[in-house]
Design a binder for this molecule. Structure first.
Ligand code: ATP
Length: 235
């Protein structure tokens, strides 16, 4: 579905990604983990068209999307819930979701998607008329994910959905991510919480300093001694 081939990218003269390779197959949850500043968000930006790549190729359903601008990427069925959530604080919960569904053709589909998001996150239904800025951090994360799935993407990019949230809220959010995956949405999940990311994903990539250091089945990476020592705190 998604293929990132030998991608080099960065900001100005600073190269951040030094030729990375990654793929996501249809229906998969794939995790991209690594420390602060490794280049995970930069990778996401290369897929969403927010950052031009300097070298390499990004393909989606066999089509080269490397040069396609961000607003057209959404049309292809790729949506992103960004790091830091970035909901529209001065708009209501419903208005935020409406923004996410602006590409949907047909009232019936729009209604179905909205109902699906509300059934997934009943709190958003309860707070539908409330300003997004008045929501808790966890509720804002739910809204960011809800907004991203409003247009029924085939590929959902999630950037640090657990960031800054209490463990109990993180568990709730992750349950919902699993539900979204079971509905058939492919997911590329960027996480610093390696334990969590390996639990939910079928495969994972470990990124360090703009390079893929390790990749493989999550169940096997969980037992990898380097991962255990570096990321899971096992001595
Ligand atoms: P984190 O988990 O902290 O978000 P990350 O793995 O997502 O880390 P990136 O946000 O991709 O890392 O950052 C990779 C490098 O690119 C860092 O050195 C960062 O300072 C730099 N960087 C990120 N965004 C920009 C930008 N807009 N302009 C210049 N440099 C940037």
């Amino acid at each position: 579905m998604l293929k990132i081939k030998n991608v080099v990218a960065g900001y100005g003269k600073a190269e951040v990604l030094h030729g990375i390779e990654l793929y996501v197959d249809a229906g998969e949850v794939v995790a991209l983990v690594g420390p602060n500043g490794a280049g995970k968000t930069t990778t996401i930006r290369c897929v969403t068209g927010q950052l031009p790549i300097k070298q390499g190729l990004v393909t989606y359903k066999e089509k080269d999307i490397s040069q396609i601008p961000a607003y057209q990427i959404v049309n292809l069925g790729i949506c992103c819930s960004p790091e830091g959530r970035n909901v529209f604080g001065n708009l209501s919960v419903y208005e935020n979701l409406k923004m996410g569904g602006y590409l949907i053709h047909g009232k019936q589909l729009y209604k179905e998607q909205l109902e699906w998001v509300y059934s997934l996150f009943p709190k958003l239904w309860e707070r539908r008329d409330q300003l997004a800025e008045s929501l808790s951090g966890g509720e804002q994360q739910m809204l960011a994910i809800g907004r991203a799935i409003m247009s029924k993407p085939s590929l959902l990019l999630l950037d640090e959905p657990s960031l800054g949230l209490a463990p109990v809220v993180v568990d709730q959010i992750y349950e919902k991510i699993e539900e979204i995956s079971h509905e058939g949405t492919s997911i590329l999940l960027v996480e610093q919480n390696v334990r969590l990311a390996l639990e939910i994903s079928s495969r994972a990539y470990v990124m360090e300093s703009g390079q893929i250091r390790l990749c493989g089945k999550s169940s096997e990476l969980e037992k990898d001694s380097y991962i255990e020592q570096t990321y899971l705190g096992v001595k």
